[in-house]
Design a binder for this molecule. Structure first.
Ligand code: ZN
Length: 428
C-alpha cells in the first residue's frame, strides 16, 4: 500500500512539475513569440498587460494595472550653417549633424571657438557668448564634453564633433530618469565635416587645443526640441496573507523598441520573458498556500527605459517600507549555465539562498545588475536579485525563446517557492 502511495505521489509530482514547465513555456511563447516587442504603450505592451492580469486573476488574486508616464526625449530638428564672410555652407540634418535630445528649441547666430579636450578654467573667458565646437581627441575617440561647464561659462551653444566610427542618426528616442534638457542648443556633427570650421583642412592639426574663429566667421543654428509622453504600466497581483507584512516578487516584462536598423522586434526572451514566466509560475504555485505575508507579484514596465516601473512603484508604494520583509527581483533567468543561479542580496535579508535545498541548482553569489531591485535597495528594503547571468545576445533580435532552458526555469521556480516560504516563516 505504501509503495502504491509513493508511486502515486511520485507520478503526481512529475505531472505537477511538467505542468509548471509547460506553463513557463506558454508564458515565454506568448511574450516573446506571439507578441515580441513589448515597448511601453505599444500594441504588444497592451496585449501583455491583459495576459498578465489574466494570469493573476486566474489563480484567484486581486490584480491591479498601475499606469505611469514616461517622457521620451526625441532627437530634435534643426538647421546648421557656417557663414564665412560672404560664403554660406549648409549642413544636412541626419547626415552631417544631429540635434541632441538634450537640446531646447532655440535660434543662435554667433562666433565660435573650437576646443580639443576639456573646458579648463583658463578657457572659460574665451568661450563666453560663443558657440563651443568640441573636437574629438582623434579620429577614433570622442572628446570629453561637459554640458554644464559649457553653460556656466556662458557659451551660446555646444556642437560636439563625433569621431569617425560613430554614425549620426536622427530621431532615435531616448528617455530615462537622468535626462536633463539643457539651457543651450546641443548638436552633434560628423567628423567628416569638422575641417570646414578649422583654419586647415586636417582636423587633427588644429592649433594646439583651441582655435578662435575670426569675427567674420559665424555659425547659425536653429533647433526644435521634441518630447513625447507615453503611458507604461506595472501589473500587480496580490496574494493575501494573515499579517500586515509583505514580500514582493518582481520581474520586468518590457523590451526595447524594434531594432532601429532592421525594424525587427527585439523579443526579449531571456531579458526578461524568462523572469516574468518564473514570477507568474510562482504566483500560481503559491496562490493556494497559506502564508503570513501578503505576497505582491509585480510585472514591471519601463525597466529598459531606466527601471522606471520599479521607481514609480517605490515612489507611491501603498504600504510602509518597514512592513516589507524582502523584495525579490528576477531578471534574465532563462539560460542557466551548468544549472547555476546567481544571487545578490542587499540590506538586512532574513536568509541566504544557500540555506535552502536547491536540488541540482547551484546557488552562487554574483555581481549586481542594473535592474528593478535597485530602487528598493536604495530605500533600505532588503532585496535579493536572481539571474542566470550575463547573456551577450540580450537587447538584440537574437534573444529568442528557442535559446532558453525551460527545465532549469522549472527548477528555479521550485527553488524560489521554497525560498519565499522560508522568508515567510523567518520574517514573521
Ligand atoms: Zn532585463
Amino acid at each position: 500500500m505504501r509503495q502504491i502511495l509513493t508511486a502515486i505521489l511520485f507520478l503526481s509530482s512529475i505531472l505537477f512539475c511538467r505542468g509548471q514547465e509547460d506553463d513557463i513555456r506558454r508564458t515565454v511563447a506568448f511574450l516573446a513569440d506571439s507578441v515580441g516587442c513589448r515597448y511601453p504603450a505599444s500594441d504588444g505592451d497592451i496585449k501583455v498587460r491583459d495576459f498578465l492580469a489574466r494570469q493573476f486573476r486566474e489563480c484567484g488574486m486581486k490584480c491591479e494595472v498601475q499606469t505611469f508616464d514616461i517622457v521620451e526625449y526625441m532627437w530634435g530638428d534643426g538647421t546648421l550653417q557656417l557663414i564665412e564672410d560672404t560664403d554660406t555652407t549648409d549642413f544636412i540634418l541626419g547626415t552631417d549633424f544631429a540635434v541632441s535630445s538634450h537640446s531646447p528649441t532655440d535660434t543662435i547666430f554667433s562666433g565660435y571657438v573650437a576646443i580639443r579636450g576639456t573646458l579648463t578654467d583658463s578657457l572659460y573667458n574665451m568661450v563666453r557668448d560663443k558657440i563651443i565646437l568640441y573636437l574629438p581627441k582623434d579620429k577614433m575617440s570622442a572628446s570629453p564634453v561637459s554640458m554644464s561647464d559649457s553653460e556656466q561659462a556662458g557659451a551660446r551653444a555646444i556642437i560636439i564633433g563625433y569621431p569617425q566610427r560613430l554614425k549620426i542618426s536622427q530621431r532615435v528616442s531616448k528617455g530615462n530618469r537622468n535626462h536633463q534638457t539643457r539651457q543651450i542648443p546641443v548638436l552633434q556633427i560628423n567628423y567628416d565635416r569638422l575641417a570646414e570650421f578649422l583654419p586647415e583642412s586636417d582636423t587633427d592639426s588644429c592649433h594646439g587645443n583651441i582655435h578662435i574663429a575670426p569675427p567674420s566667421h559665424r555659425i547659425r543654428i536653429a533647433t526644435r526640441h521634441y518630447e513625447k509622453r507615453i503611458q507604461a504600466a506595472n501589473i500587480i497581483g496580490t496574494k493575501q496573507g494573515n499579517s500586515g507584512k509583505y514580500i514582493i516578487v518582481g520581474a520586468h516584462y518590457d523590451t526595447l523598441a524594434p531594432d532601429p536598423e532592421s525594424g525587427e522586434p527585439r523579443r526579449g526572451a531571456n531579458d526578461n520573458a524568462s523572469g516574468t514566466a518564473v514570477m507568474t509560475a510562482l504566483a500560481k504555485r503559491l496562490s493556494d498556500t497559506p502564508t503570513e505575508h501578503n505576497i505582491i507579484f509585480i510585472a514591471f514596465g519601463g525597466e529598459e527605459k531606466g527601471c522606471l516601473g520599479s521607481m514609480d512603484f517605490v515612489t507611491r508604494m501603498p504600504f510602509q517600507k518597514k512592513d516589507i520583509t524582502e523584495m525579490i527581483n528576477l531578471d534574465m533567468t532563462g539560460r542557466a549555465d551548468s544549472d547555476t543561479l546567481y544571487f545578490r542580496q542587499s540590506n538586512n535579508t532574513s536568509i541566504s539562498p544557500t540555506e535552502i535545498p536547491s536540488g541540482t541548482l547551484v546557488l552562487t553569489g554574483g555581481e549586481g545588475a542594473l535592474s528593478d531591485h535597485l530602487d528598493f535597495s536604495a530605500a533600505g528594503i532588503a532585496t535579493s536579485f536572481f539571474t542566470t547571468g550575463e547573456d551577450p545576445l540580450i537587447h538584440t533580435t537574437e534573444d529568442t525563446s528557442d535559446r532558453l532552458d525551460y527545465g532549469s526555469m522549472d527548477r528555479i521556480t521550485d527553488f524560489l517557492a521554497d525560498y519565499i516560504l522560508a522568508i515567510d516563516k523567518a520574517g514573521s
